[in-house]
Design a protein around this ligand. Sequence first.
Ligand code: I3P
Length: 124
Amino acid sequence: GVLGVGGAEPPELKGDLLNVAKISDGGKKQRKNWTGMWSELTSDQLLLHKERQQEAGMKAGGKTDVVQLCGAVIEWTPDKSSRKNVFQITTHTGSEYLLQAESYSTASKWFDGIRKTVDSSSKL
Ligand code: I3P
């Protein structure tokens, strides 16, 4: 939409390498495997790019995982990892992603942005 109209545009974020572990795929438990992913928040999705160039929409060898945020739940999950600053996104289809950053300011920036996107895309 046009910036400023309605005053409720969710923040769009990109440019950070977050550690991501998909621990459930549609309710099916997955082996925890942390991977650095270039993350991009759009108005209703979290895109997890293997390669940084994919943020610019350029073709690159890696792949992109799309996390639908409509109907998702986001929460801090200190008990799910030995790592610090870990939060979980549970999608409406029952997939679970852990996200982590070494810096609390980076982790909380993404947590707040994703939470706002979840809220704004879920009330439609
Ligand atoms: C896992 C790996 C993860 C760790 C996880 C281990 O072992 O070390 O990094 O999660 O702990 O099971 P493996 O590679 O052999 O599967 P954290 O880094 O988040 O602690 P967990 O089983 O206690 O979740």
